[in-house]
Design a protein around this ligand. Sequence first.
Ligand code: ARG
Ligand code: ZN
Length: 500
Amino acid sequence: MHRRFIAPGALAAASLLLAVPASAASYSPGAPGIGDPYYPAYGNGGYDVSHYDLRLKYQPQTDELAGTATILARTTQDLSRFDLDFLLDVSEVRVNGAKAAFATSGQHELEITPSAPLPKGTPITVVVRYSGVPSTKSAYGFSTWHRTPDGAVAADEPEAAWWWYPSNDHPLDKATYDVSVAVPDGTQAISNGTLQSTSSQLGWTRYNWRQEKPQATYLTTLAVGRFDITTSTSEGGVPVVNAYSKDLGDQDGAARASVERTGELVDWLSGYFGPYPFSSAGGYVPDTTTGYALETQTRVYYSPRQFAGGSNASLVVHELAHQWYGDSVSLKGWKDIWINEGFARYAQWLWSEHEGEGTTRELADYVYASHPADDPFWTVAPGDPGADHQFDSAVYDRGALAVQAVREAVGDDAFFAILKGWPREHAYGNASVADFRAYAERISGKPLDTLFDTWLFQPQKPAARGASLAEAAADPVAQPRSWRQIEATNSAHEHEERAK
Ligand code: ARG
Ligand code: ZN
């Protein structure tokens, strides 16, 4: 809009603004946390990262990690100072080329004061030179940097980044990555995405990995060790890169018998969730004694202990389901963990049904019956479990019960449209439990407030399961269907979409 006349008062205000030095008034430090009530100090305020470029060197013998992080970001307020989350020793910080002052504070804050304040909306390039021995660093009394006999692994949730790269450590600020790590010849460095190149000089081999889709900080992984790397392409065309420690011993066969099925299982899950969201898939099994698995984006982390009892394709299904539910669509706050774990568990139930080992309905009935009303299991509300209960079995099992309750309430057609539509609706973004409810209500046309409250938020056992069972049994559409039938429905739906 053009203003023909400017009021004299406005002119006076404008000249006053010009007279005031830029550092005054509106410029303030970015918050030391991004605002997650479960973890108030995680992430930071005042800027938004678009890309991390990490160029590192790691010596397994001494656990020394050194290098440079170059972070591309944009300010989201008039900024006098900002924080990164980091634990290693910093020797220099530059912001837009100029040396910046820095200090540490709190448990894991690196406070950076640029030489001149940064107006809101400014693109910034932050270069952090650092080194350190990650295994000697802790915050809140713990470390999630796991050394192995031949290297180390960074893969944990919700904290893993502080030990190896400076970041805005919260899933709300996703970014693309180039991770380049030099390791002694004969050792491999595994990370997310695509292996762009390797090179060797002076006894060091450099691995250059690239993730070109937005990725949460906790889903960024690094493993160094002696690995056997396998490559293939799934029938559906997804490139697969897996890596196995050369020292898996008795677990080697079961690990490979599980993780080598990645391509097959990615294709199978695509039938339910839509096209695989990334340009590479795979997993790695380092020589570690930690006991969990983690859905690190495109390159899942598996502990060898997960295969101690034999092969475990169901676990692979769980972690691959997260690539859609958790990685492409990330949570907004850690309280929203159900949109990750409830669905990854439900994918395992779908796999069970596919394998003839129990239908989703049978499994829901079983889980419901196996926890009596006075079992503390029911005191955990998967829709907002609290930081201390974020990974309790209730988040997974009661979480999957809630998914089954949605299915029984809306019917299979709407349910499978929701299951496939959600990863498309929020692809590469963030969403909450409330967003899921709103989406499911929109697609199904049914109010789901009571159902969500009962299954996700009440700290007690729901009075009955499968209230709609009798009704559903009479409705042939609500009978469990094979993925081929679902795929037929979905591809018909996609044709409609394309026709629009
Ligand atoms: N998201 C992971 C999974 O469900 C759980 C990781 C739990 N973290 C841990 N340190 N145990 O596969
Ligand atoms: Zn999970």
